[in-house]
Design a protein around this ligand. Structure first.
Ligand SMILES: [Zn+2]
Ligand SMILES: [Zn+2]
Length: 145
């Protein structure tokens, strides 16, 4: 998944303008980093990765930017249970494998019908956004230890 910087930037600019949000260099740089990594990252990892390009960026700013990007549909939160809050720049429907020993998070591409879970949520008076599956266990590296 290597889209060039211009495409990544113009996609963000379009989404920001559509929401009446300002285009800032922080937003551009953080988005480039997320799209280039194409992985599950914590806000701390984002901060470390952009701190050279954007000196003076604070963790609260990174969180606020990630939350904005979530509303813009550019990242999703991964509910990996227990560990740190992760953000995923892969926004197509997919699920996750979470290692209970090292905390590694991997994508799981299977098609699962989660409609009954959403129906059950609605029946309980809940307004669901989406449902995703987390499979917990041991990753292959931890199994080998
Ligand atoms: Zn592991
Ligand atoms: Zn993922």
């Amino acid at each position: 998944m290597s889209t060039d910087t211009d495409t990544i930037d113009s996609d963000l600019i379009e989404r920001l303008r559509a929401r009446g949000q300002r285009v800032t260099s922080q937003r551009l740089v953080i988005n480039r980093m997320l799209q280039a990594r194409d992985a599950h990252v914590t806000a701390e990892e984002v901060l470390t990765a952009v701190s050279q390009t954007l000196p003076g960026t604070s963790l609260p700013t990174v969180y606020a930017t990630l939350e904005l990007f979530e509303r813009l549909g550019l990242v999703r939160r991964v509910s990996a249970g227990g560990g740190a809050l992760l953000f995923d720049s892969r926004t197509v429907e997919h699920h996750h494998l979470v290692c209970r020993s090292c905390g590694a998070v991997q994508d799981l591409d299977v098609s699962v019908d989660l409609a009954p879970a959403l129906d059950g949520a609605r029946a309980a008076g809940f307004a669901p956004d989406r449902a995703a599956l987390v499979v917990e266990g041991l990753c292959d590296r931890c199994r080998a230890d």
